[in-house]
Each structure stands twice: as C-alpha cells, then as structure tokens.
Design a binder for this molecule. Structure first.
Ligand code: ADP
Ligand code: MG
Ligand code: MG
Ligand code: MG
Ligand code: MG
Ligand code: MG
Length: 689
C-alpha cells in the first residue's frame, strides 16, 4: 500500500468523534465497489509477494551492529535511480534489471519501522510455471538493488526482528533519547517510527485509545542459568515523564516476561506476504476460506523469531507480539469494564470469519460468538450484499479508524476507497480479502499474511512458490481444508511454541478431498461452482468433530504415517503431475518442495531453531537467556555473510541456510564445551561460506 496523502491528522479525542462518519462513508464506498465489481469475471490468476527487510549497519571493526534509521534517504535514492532508468538512463546499479526485456523494476515501499524496507516485484507474477523460477532471482535482485543504494556498512537483512531492539544505543547516529511524546516508550525513541505523520499518529492514537501503553510481554526462555523468577532487568520503575510511566508500577511488566511497551516492537518485525488475484469474487472467497487453516501451519513452519530485546524468548514466532503491539482495545472492550461489547481479539489477529458460498461450509465452523456491528451488516445487506460477506465486513467495522486526516472528511468521494481502506487496512488479520481498488482494473484478491521472513531468498522463494502451488492445487482439486475457525485460533497459539514444528500438534481436516462432484469430472462443469443453483451431491454430514484430528506439521506437509492424510507436498506433486510442466522447471520446483518437506520432518532446522543453536553454541552465551552485543554482532555477521554468499552463487538449495557450525567454527578452540557443537559434514564445509 502506498503512503496516504499528507494532511492534518486528528489526535485521538478528535478522531474518536469522527469515527462513525468514517465508518459510514467507508461502508458507502464498499457498497460502491461491491456493486461495480461483484460480477467481475475472468480476471487473470496473478500473484505477488512482499519481502520486508531490516537495515543494519555492520562492519568488522565495529563492536556493535546497529539499526540504520535511513529508510527515507534509501528510498529516495532508489526512487531517483528508478526514475532515471525508466527514462532510459543508464544506472549501473539497475543494469541487471534493465537488461532483461520483460522484466520490470522491483518496487520499494516504506514500512512502519524507520529501519525497515519492503520490496515487491515490479509487476505481479502470472500463471505460468516457468515464471515461478523468476521469483528467486527477482528477490536476489531486489536485495542487490537495495544494498546498492545503501552505505557500504549498511545491509538489508531478512530477519524478522532485530535481536537487540529496545536496548540502549541500538541506532546509528544521531542519538535519540527514548521516551518521546508519541510512543512514550521507556525503551525506544519516537524516531524509531517512519517519520511520515501517519505512522507516529497511528502509534500515538492506539496508545491514547487504549488508555495506556501497549503491553508486549513475551515469556522468557528458561535456560539452565536463567534466574527463577526472572525479572526483566531493563525495566525502569522510576520514570515520571508521562502518565504512562505508571504502567510498569501497575503491573505491566510481570515476572518471567520480556517486557516491551511500544508499537515498534511488533510492527518493527518483517514478514513474507503473498497476494493472489482470483478469477472472480466466488473464487476469491473460496481461496480466503481454504487458505485460512493453513495460516498457523505456515507460521509454525517459517518460525524465525526467538529473540527479543536482547533475551531468548520462550516462543518462536512474531505473531502475538505484533498483535499486542497494536492492541488498541479499551478496558471496556477488554471486558474489564462494562461496555456495548467485549472484543475478544486485537485488531491484529487470526481471522474470525469464513466468507465463501461453498456448500461445504457448515454453520458449525463459524465462530458462534463473532462480534459484528448489526447496523452495518443491515446497511450492507440492504445494499445487496449477501449475509456471509456482510457479516465479515460488519465484523471488521467494529474497529475505529485510528488515523483520520481532517481534509478527507470534507466531502464523500464515491470514486475513492479511502475510508473503506482506513478500516480494512488496520484490520491486520492473517488473511485479507482485498476488493478491487477504485482506480484500476484489478480483480478480487486474497492475501496470505502469516509467514515469517526467512534469512535467504532461496527460502523466501521456496515458501512463496509453495503457497502458489498449494493455491493452484486447492482450485484444481477443489480441496476442502475447513475446520472450525476457533480451531484455527487455537492452532495459531500452538504455532508459537518453541520448535512447534517438531513438538506440537495442530487441528487439521482428515480428508481434504471434495465430497461433492469435482469440477474436473462432473457433467455440471463450471456450474457446480459454490453458490450455484445446482445442488451438490454432498455426502450427508457427520459430526464436525469427526472431520478433523490433531496432526503434526510433518503429517500435514508430508502425509501421515498411516497414510490417511496425503500431505500438502504430495498433493502439490500430484497437481504438478496433472499439468504440463517441463522437466527443468519441475526439477527446480522440486528443490523448493524438498526444503518445505525437510523443514516439516525436522531433517532441517527452522530459522528459529537455527538462531537458537547459533546462540547456544556461542562462547559468549552464558546459558542465562541473555543475548548480548557480541552474540548479536556475530549473528548479524553470519546473516550478512549468508546474504553475500547467496548473491554470488546459486544459493543453498539443499539446506536453506548453511549449518550453524560453519559460522561458529572460529570459536571452537576458545570454548571449553565446544564438543557439544555437532560436526559439520565434510561436503558442506567444502562449499562453505
Ligand atoms: P499491501 O502492502 O497492501 O499488501 P502491496 O502493494 O505492498 O500491498 O503488495 C501487494 C502484492 O500484490 C505485491 O506483490 C504486488 O505485486 C501484488 N499484486 C499487485 N497487483 C496484483 C494483482 N492484481 N493480483 C495479484 N497480486 C497483485
Ligand atoms: Mg506492502
Ligand atoms: Mg502493507
Ligand atoms: Mg509490509
Ligand atoms: Mg509490516
Ligand atoms: Mg501486504
């Protein structure tokens, strides 16, 4: 999403008064889109990824790695060169891109953190299988272009979080004191946020609406020498600059939790998102539903977030931290005091609705306690929207708009979608159903948002391509992954556990194959689409509880031991068997599927496990959960080195990331218990970094 136009943002007390107006206008704009686009047909099956980066400064001679706050300057330099390249000028940094004919330049976007960047392909990817092989080179190119517009000591890296975010002196110059008026954080300065007025206003108004600072507490990972109880040593109980400084005195920082207190701790995390365009609204609704249960599975499989604020965490993923970092709910909405309604989730959370017209969607899968605004639902239905979709949007519209620009409230413009997008784009659910924007000819899209970013572009391409292939298999085989939406919530929690891939079980549907005639072999052809008038021959439904069971990630991805569940990778393989893919493409795709498969089986470590192993084997680590300067520097050095190595080679197609031991080899002699570090196979050492 591009940046909204500048204007005068309202502070929360004023914004609150105008919230109803924004909702009302947003609904009118939504109905306008709905009426214009509900019958849109035959849109192309396009898709696109989003990769987010941290920008760090690193040099061999500096003892610390720091976060660079030069997002704006870097983006400006990128934009200037891209303009020049478009105009036909010769820009050495962009030569790789411009040399290829039908390649368009990647697009760089700002992000919440002033130390972050986002990059997307220059245009969405098409349906062709060969195009799937362009993704990894394009991601590498994006990284190279980004790097070429940074200082020599700055690097774009794809870690979800900076291990020492919130530790004093974490930024490049100039020095910014913490505890600014917007965030009022005791750990990070206001300058950590993108200075575009939208972002500090977002953070300030969330805090203000909530009535206290956000409370981002992550359990500490309890190692052998971690004190018990553990008290976060970085918390200052004696600050008196802001009323919010009372938060910690009122219990915001309980024992055994790493305590964080600002939006930047969550929205400063990087992720990997994929957006799919469907051929029409029905297919979009089907994809939204079928991809939903995969959200927590892919979150667990991409786990990459074991460190916060210089401490090892007792969880492996970023999700709940972001959720808490933007949790604007008031005490009333949290159920601490009486109110119109209690809201069970933060506006950043797993989604609570299914929206398809699929006849296989049973009422029992829905959340019986879903909170939605009945008046908004009525308005949408009066405007012609069906019950299910109206319920979905009436659920999103329980939220207040957080950032409102005075200028936008003068006149309702029905050719725009700004008020609708205001609410929609601050409902950060793990799936997003994106209606066609007003301006151009884009179709109905669905975004898959749960995955964590991986260290290498090989891995990021592998997970992106895997999700594309799963999506194609869903459509081609009319797969059915429905489980009750509350089970998806439960799975989301389970995905947080350390090594969830190895140790947790997840609710998953036993039989994903359709119980109604599939499109491929039915006389009804396309008329058997969900929502059609022709009745499906669905088998008589049994108990919902019998439809699913608890499975490991390995069962879900590779198939269950007893063969009852086929596994997503085998399903993708049979999909590939059913279509025409040339041998070379098939071989390349196999390296991606192999990575996914081995991560799921535990043969290869998740990124989170890799980071934990790295820290654990580091001589400066004292088994007390503390991740200090030296470890952080070596970890970032490893990540930077991997990036450089990947840029100049074909990547790490066997393992995703090279074994931790490679980087820690230099410490071996210096560490008494070095024997604990597993030995690296000789072959891997030979082509080592
Ligand atoms: P947001 O941040 O709102 O999710 P972005 O514009 O940053 O959106 O990224 C959306 C992704 O969707 C990009 O990868 C882009 O290439 C891709 N995309 C753009 N248009 C389409 C389309 N019509 N269909 C599918 N994907 C698209
Ligand atoms: Mg984006
Ligand atoms: Mg965005
Ligand atoms: Mg983003
Ligand atoms: Mg983001
Ligand atoms: Mg996105």
């Amino acid at each position: 999403m591009g940046l909204l136009a500048l204007g005068t943002p309202l502070e929360w007390p004023e914004a609150k008064k105008r919230a109803d107006q924004v909702r009302e206008w947003g609904i009118k704009q939504l109905l306008e889109i709905w009426n214009k686009a509900k019958g849109k047909e035959r849109d192309a099956l396009l898709w696109g990824d989003e990769v987010e980066y941290l920008v760090v400064t690193y040099s061999k001679s500096n003892e610390r790695v720091l976060l660079s706050l030069r997002q704006a300057e870097i983006l400006k330099a990128l934009a200037a060169d891209q303009e020049l390249a478009k105009a036909g000028g010769c820009v050495p940094a962009l030569q790789d891109t411009t040399s290829s004919e039908n390649h368009s330049l990647p697009v760089f976007h700002p992000e919440f953190g002033r130390f972050m960047l986002e990059a997307t392909p220059g245009k969405p990817w098409g349906i062709g299988f060969r195009e799937l092989l362009d993704v990894e080179p394009d991601m590498k190119l994006r990284r190279k272009i980004a790097k070429d517009h940074m200082r020599d000591d700055e690097y774009p890296i794809t870690l979800t979080t900076f291990p020492q975010i919130g530790i004093p002196g974490q930024f490049t110059e100039p020095f910014y004191p913490v505890s600014g008026p917007r965030l009022r954080s005791q750990f990070v300065p206001d300058e950590i946020a993108n200075p575009h007025i939208r972002f500090p206003t977002l953070a300030a108004n969330i805090r203000s609406r909530r009535g206290r600072k956000v409370q981002v507490n992550v359990p500490i990972f309890r190692d052998v020498k971690t004190p018990n109880p553990w008290k976060d040593p970085t918390v200052n109980y004696d600050l008196h600059d802001w009323p919010e400084d009372d938060d910690v005195r009122n219990g915001a920082a309980p024992d055994n939790f790493i305590h964080m207190d600002a939006m930047a701790f969550g929205m400063g995390s990087c992720c990997l998102q994929i957006t799919f365009q469907a051929k029409n609204i029905d297919e979009g609704r089907q994809l939204y539903d079928q991809l939903s249960p995969l959200g927590p599975i892919m979150l667990a499989l991409t786990a990459a977030t074991p460190v916060y604020k210089g401490f090892l965490a007792g969880t492996d993923v970023r999700w709940n931290q972001i959720s808490r970092a933007v949790d604007c709910r008031t005490r009333e909405e949290l159920g601490e005091e009486n109110n119109r309604w209690r809201i069970p989730k933060s506006r950043y959370a797993s989604n609570s609705t299914y929206i398809s017209n699929d006849s296989r969607l049973r009422q029992e899968y829905m959340d019986p306690n879903l909170v939605y605004d009945p008046e908004i639902k009525t308005k949408l239905m009066d405007g012609g929207m069906d019950d299910r979709l109206a319920t979905h949007f009436a659920h999103l519209f329980i939220r207040d708009p957080i950032v409102i620009f005075e200028e936008d409230l003068q006149e309702l413009d029905l050719t725009k979608t700004d008020h609708f997008e205001n609410i929609q784009s601050t409902n950060w659910q793990h799936m997003r159903f994106k209606p066609p924007p007003a301006e151009n000819n884009i179709g109905w899209r669905v975004e898959f948002r749960s995955m964590e970013i991986q260290v290498t572009d090989f891995e990021n391409a592998a997970f992106s391509v895997f999700m594309v292939l799963v999506t194609r298999a869903i459509l081609s085989f009319d797969l059915n992954f429905y489980v009750p939406i509350k089970k998806v919530d439960e799975n989301m929690e389970r995905a947080h556990q350390v090594d969830a891939t190895l140790n947790e079980k997840f609710f998953f549907r036993k039989n994903p194959f359709p119980l109604r005639p599939s499109r491929a072999n039915t006389a009804f052809g396309d008329d058997s689409r969900p929502g059609s008038a022709i009745p499906s021959r669905a088998a008589s439904p049994g108990a919902v509880e019998d439809e699913y069971e608890e499975m490991t990630i390995n069962d879900i991805i590779n198939g269950s031991q007893d063969g009852t569940f086929p596994g997503l990778v085998p399903i993708v393989e049979s999909y590939l068997d059913s279509v025409n893919v040339d041998v070379e493409t098939r071989c390349e795709l196999a390296t991606y599927l192999s990575l996914i498969s081995k991560r799921a089986s535990g043969e290869l470590d998740t990124t989170a496990r890799w980071i934990r192993n790295f820290i654990n084997a580091h001589p400066a680590y004292a088994q007390d959960s503390v991740v200090g300067d030296e470890i952080t520097k070596d970890l970032i050095e490893a990540v930077v080195t991997i990036g450089e190595r990947e840029a100049s080679s074909k990547g790490f197609a066997d393992t995703g990331i090279p074994g931790v031991e490679k980087f820690l080899g230099k410490f071996r002699s210096g560490r008494a218990d070095a024997a604990e570090v597993p030995q690296q196979p000789a072959a891997a050492l030979e082509n080592g970094v």
